[in-house]
Design a protein around this ligand. Structure first.
Ligand code: ANZ
Ligand code: ZN
Length: 899
């Protein structure tokens, strides 16, 4: 292997500076080569690359018969790994190496979330084949993974766009259909009238225009497929409780809000003529006497009916289709329905105006709101805007005399009006229910969760395994005919409806039921379906007959630790939880989950984003490109054109901000290990990481010191490699304490708290202590401390740890054994038992006369010094000659024989 010098120069800013490590003084006992330089980190990387790729330790001496399934969210194969990937995969790689050293049978798979729009767009825009484009990107990214030094179980690899995977996605669809959990219904979609295509919400601009054609997007009713996720809503909500200690609070709250269980009441308001009625959903029945208006959604039946004869109303509704930006949704725009009034069922004298309002949602509750301007903030704002100057009624006041800053009181409290005065909100609620009777009010529960719309009018996705026959209806493709292969070589232009509809040969088939000509469903599945079950496929990735084997599922599921981005906190995780409960429940594919709730992910870690150093012009606020700056003082660049100092900040990496950092460039400069360690060190896992490459220097120096330490450390053989040395002197005790604190805290961080940012500093502190204390410690202690440090470092910087381990053991009995094959170090309980302070009983001629506390080793000179001058000593020993001192009972008894 070619050796070159390690440089710790700043990339691109300063010329690389070579350091020569002076060779340490060595005794002939050393087995090591006489090194003055170490190979560059990149060479250490490539030397160990093939070894690092392997995920199975070759020795099994410390193997447990217990699995640990650690999963990081699989990437979309865009073609290049970015900083976010580097962070997430570093975390899961470190933790899987740690679990392997602990002896677990670790499952750490990787795959590709390979269907989706970018490939389809590449096909449309560049005329390339989506399949080829995807395959090329996967190849490229695999190589990038290798550069990162991550080890995955590639024999478990899954690719969602490959027929041997999507055959089972289709099978999952049919399982759901069989259990009445997949169904077809008409639903409104975003329709681009120019391109004649359905658009995803993200493809519609805030002003309601198509991202590609620029046309005003319409709502169009189409037959769509749905998964009945709402059938599992109670379970999905309740089982969040079982994740209380293992999922981030924030994620559980987001899921809870998304499911959105809301307990309240339905109230009916008579409208106009006797027979008409508007039903509302309210969580605050106690405010019923404060209702001053009703507000209806755009597609409320009453609104639709009135719109037939009211042109102004029709225009208001049409306008609302373009009012879709955030601002507008929050708008308090209303349209007064002049021709009708409502009455309060509790107070028939009160006549209430009725509005159509932007803020009332279709599809939630009854699509109608009872407006209480005195106690609800939105209603208050609406009322102010639409009925300025009108009184605002208050009917509830705080139950105690607490001050409220708010203009209006929105909490529950005590009623202030009429015959109900003095009742608490809860009492009023009951009283109103009784008074109104079931004809006018009833208790009810609303859920925000809707069924999952799963069909897409797209090409690059899993074909829906359904055939439509004019006489038999909707017929599932028989299992023996799976997979329904996505046709290749059809031209996709991104317009004119579903691309698959044009693959005529593919579309036209015989009906599996009657044999007459029929047509395939031309929609493909939402890619969230692909990823809703991939975590289960990994346990049996090559099974040709079913999604996975039930026995394997019982044994290997659930995922013990799931690592991924918080952007998936809601949909992906919720869909996966739903599918897990379906697989374990009705489908019977996971019959005996070890966790009774059949949660797919036992523990969840969501890593924060990586932000890049961003420079802006202080006057114009314009983002500055790196080549617009001069780096005379590297940490304080100047704007070349003006000489001014730019503003510095950390922001989400993006092309338009010129603040992106390519992880591979960093790896090429500093090596994978320093990069990995830096990623972990720079911020707690869940926090934003402000990427500052300058700080990587500290990590590099540390790794160099580790290499030097290993190279200069004497190997001291012991009957078993894990046998611990004798600890005797105070300095040894000190080193042993720091060492075992590191073992303890790194183990805890890796297995429990995942506070991985502290692990590197623990190890740095350990290295400093070895440096400071080694000359005062026995060779056995220094060797033991060094090799334990390397074992702790192994998961984080696997190549450097192997290199150092090799240096440490070259020419010894342990040569050729890898640090990754070593067991994870255990805390030496002696350090916690062994008090550093000993209570010493001091005897004179066999009789205990004095007690002293001795720090560190109990030694006769130390004790004699301590007792000198004490009055007992004066009494029994002064003026006499000490002829012998006996230190007994491990230092607890010291006997002075005097004459
Ligand atoms: C009167 C009232 C008075 C309300 C008050 C609140 C406070 P959650 O908790 O999210 O379920 N609401 C009902 N249907 C709605 C719809 N389709 N679109 C928009 N808002 C709707 O919210 C329930 C509350 O949201 C209901 O209680 C209703 O306003 C409103 F002091 O009724 B409330
Ligand atoms: Zn038929």
């Amino acid at each position: 292997m070619r050796l070159s010098f390690i440089s710790i120069g700043r990339r691109g800013l300063l010329p690389p500076r070579s350091i020569h490590l002076s060779s340490p003084a060595r005794t002939p006992l050393f087995h090591h080569r006489h090194a003055s330089t170490y190979p560059a980190f990149s060479e250490i990387d490539s030397k160990w690359r093939s070894h690092l790729r392997s995920t199975t330790p070759s020795t099994s001496a410390h193997k447990k018969d217990e699995k640990f399934y650690i999963l990081s969210m699989f990437p979309y194969p865009s073609g290049s790994l970015h900083m976010g990937h580097l962070r997430v995969y570093t975390i899961s790689d470190v933790l899987s190496r740690f679990r392997r050293m602990q002896g677990y049978e670790v499952i750490h798979p990787m795959g590709w979330d390979a269907f989706g729009l970018p490939a389809e767009n590449a096909a449309i825009e560049r005329g390339v084949d989506a399949k080829d484009w995807t395959a090329m990107n996967i190849e490229a990214m695999k190589e990038q993974f290798e550069n990162m030094g991550v080890a995955f179980d590639w024999e478990r690899e899954v690719t969602t766009c490959s027929p041997d995977y999507y055959a089972h996605t289709q099978r999952l669809f049919l399982h759901l259909l069989k259990h009445n959990l997949a169904y077809r219904a008409s639903s409104a979609v975003n329709w681009d009238p120019v391109d004649e295509t359905v658009l995803a919400n993200e493809q519609v601009s805030p002003s309601g225009h198509s991202w590609r054609s620029g046309a005003l997007v319409e709502k169009k009713e189409l037959e769509q497929w749905f998964f009945r996720i709402t059938a599992f809503k109670e379970q999905l909500l309740e089982d969040l409780e079982s994740l209380k200690d293992t999922w981030p609070e924030r994620v559980r709250t987001m899921q809870k809000n998304w499911i959105g269980k809301s307990v309240g009441s339905k109230v009916r308001f008579p409208v106009g003529s006797e027979s008409d009625m508007v039903e509302v959903f309210t969580t605050r029945l106690d405010t019923l006497l404060g209702v001053q208006y009703l507000a209806l959604s755009m597609s409320h039946p009453l609104v639709r009916r009135l719109a037939e004869t009211n042109g102004d109303l029709r225009r208001f509704i049409d306008d609302s289709k373009t009012r879709r930006s955030e601002e507008d949704v929050k708008s308090k725009r209303g349209f007064r329905l002049d021709s009708v009034m409502a009455t309060n069922p509790l107070d028939p004298g009160a006549r209430l105006p009725i509005f159509v309002a932007d803020y009332v949602l279709d599809g939630y509750g009854e699509g109608a709101v009872m407006g209480v301007p005195g106690h609800d903030i939105r209603d208050h704002a609406f009322w102010r805007e639409n009925c300025p100057g009108e009184e605002i009624r208050t009917v509830v006041k705080p139950s105690s005399l607490k001050e409220t800053d708010n203009e209006i009181f929105t909490d529950r409290g005590v009623l202030t009006c009429g015959e109900y005065k003095g009742l608490t909100s809860a009492e009023a609620h009951q009283a109103f229910l009784e008074k109104l009777g079931s004809e006018w009010a009833e208790e009810t529960t609303q859920w925000r969760l809707r069924d999952w719309l799963v069909s897409r009018q797209r090409y690059w996705g899993t074909p829906i395994p359904i055939i439509h026959c004019s006489s038999c209806g909707t017929i599932p493709v028989p299992e023996k005919d799976l997979p329904v292969i996505l046709p290749e070589g059809i031209s996709i232009r991104g317009r004119g409806g579903s691309p698959l509809a044009k693959a005529e040969e593919w579309v036209n088939v015989a009906c599996p039921s009657c044999g007459e000509p029929a047509k395939r469903d031309t929609d493909t599945m939402d890619t969230f379906i692909d990823s809703s079950w991939y975590w289960a496929r990994y346990i049996d990735p090559k099974n040709p007959n079913q999604l996975f084997d039930a026995e394997k599922a019982d044994k290997l599921l659930p995922v013990d630790l799931y690592v991924g981005g918080v952007e998936h906190a809601i949909l992906h995780l919720l869909y996966s939880r739903f599918i897990a409960k379906f697989l374990a429940g009705p489908a019977g594919l996971w019959p005996n989950p070890s966790n009774t709730t059949a949660e797919p992910f036992k523990k969840l870690v969501t890593q924060g984003m990586v932000h890049g150093l961003t420079y802006t012009d202080p006057i114009t606020g314009r983002f500055l490109k790196p080549d617009e700056l001069t780096y005379e003082t590297p940490s304080q660049p100047k704007i070349t054109a003006t000489g001014a100092t730019p503003n510095k900040s950390y922001e989400k990496m993006s092309k338009s901000k010129y603040n992106g950092v390519d992880p591979l460039t960093c790896i090429a400069t500093h090596g994978a290990d320093a990069t990995r360690a830096h990623v972990l060190f720079a911020a707690p896992v869940a926090d934003v990481l402000n990427w500052d490459e300058d700080k990587i220097i500290g990590v590099r120096r540390f790794l160099l010191r580790v290499l030097k330490r290993a190279d200069t450390c004497t190997f001291v053989d012991a009957p078993t490699p894990t046998q611990l040395p004798e600890i005797t002197t105070p300095q040894e005790r000190k080193l042993w304490k720091v060492l075992n604190n590191a073992v303890h805290s790194v183990t805890e961080a890796f297995s429990d708290t995942l506070a991985m940012n502290t692990t590197i500093s623990d190890l740095m502190k350990l290295e400093n202590t070895i440096e400071a204390e080694s000359k005062n410690c026995s060779a056995a202690v220094v060797y033991a401390a060094t090799q334990i440090m390397l074992r702790l470092l192994g998961p984080i910087t696997p190549a450097v740890a192997e290199e150092a381990w090799e240096m440490l053991h070259r020419g010894t009995r342990l040569e050729g054994i890898r640090v990754s094959e070593q067991p994870w170090p255990q805390v030496d309980e002696r350090v916690f038992e062994e008090e550093d302070v000993t209570d010493v009983a001091v005897a004179v001629n066999g009789k205990v006369r004095i007690r002293v506390k001795v720090e560190g080793k109990v030694d006769e000179d130390v004790v004699r010094e301590m007792v000198q001058g004490k009055k007992e000593w004066e009494k029994w020993a002064s003026g006499k000659e000490v002829v012998r001192v006996i230190v007994g009972k491990g230092g607890k008894l010291v006997n002075f024989v005097v004459r």
